[in-house]
Design a binder for this molecule. Sequence first.
Ligand SMILES: CC(C)(COP(=O)(O)OP(=O)(O)OC[C@H]1O[C@@H](n2cnc3c(N)ncnc32)[C@H](O)[C@@H]1OP(=O)(O)O)[C@@H](O)C(=O)NCCC(=O)NCCS
Length: 187
Amino acid sequence: MTTQELPTLLTSRLRLRTVAEDDVAHVRDLYSRPEVTEFIGTADWVETTREQALSRIARYRAAAGTATGIWLIETLEEHQPAGFALLKPIPWSRHLTAPDDGTAPEPPQDLEIGWHLHPDTWGQGYATESARALLAHARRHRLDHLVAVTHRENLASQRVATRIGMTHRGTTDRYYDTTCELFTIEL
Ligand SMILES: CC(C)(COP(=O)(O)OP(=O)(O)OC[C@H]1O[C@@H](n2cnc3c(N)ncnc32)[C@H](O)[C@@H]1OP(=O)(O)O)[C@@H](O)C(=O)NCCC(=O)NCCS
């Protein structure tokens, strides 16, 4: 793998770092759980195979940008992987990017902050702690505006968004070809 490494981000209990092929067992376990994937994407899905986990690791590594990326979260004390924290361009819904004559430029993408935590770690504030580390990272890189989107019923994720200081803006259909709850923050 030749993709660039993300800067390691430290919090009081967690380390956020680049995911590696060695993390395959964790990634496979995480995304094979319906309670994790329930509110990620619009279709019912799980990924159960090692090949799917390796392919996801490659995609996550390739998502590394100048200030953006997808970080693996691990506990500082036990080095236990706990899921992922995301800071990345969010895809526009097709109706915003497919002009009839094909000439209009695609609008610049918004940046999305997100969190996928392992159920064994839920309820300990890890998503909030990781997200705050990403906010600080975003501020250091002079990013000025972030969005988060959640499924209408994903109250835990909405709670994380508001706890880190995001404002609920109602629903939007601007992203992911679906309708979701929109949260925004100015940094
Ligand atoms: C959403 C998720 C990231 C939360 O992770 P976490 O580490 O448990 O989050 P935290 O402990 O930092 O905070 C969770 C908050 O949600 C609250 N919460 C949890 N379940 C809840 C529920 N069913 N209804 C309302 N609030 C809920 C918790 O009480 C906590 O708020 P509080 O600290 O003010 O009490 C985790 O459940 C997850 O990864 N889910 C699967 C993937 C996913 O849905 N990601 C988000 C996609 S938008």
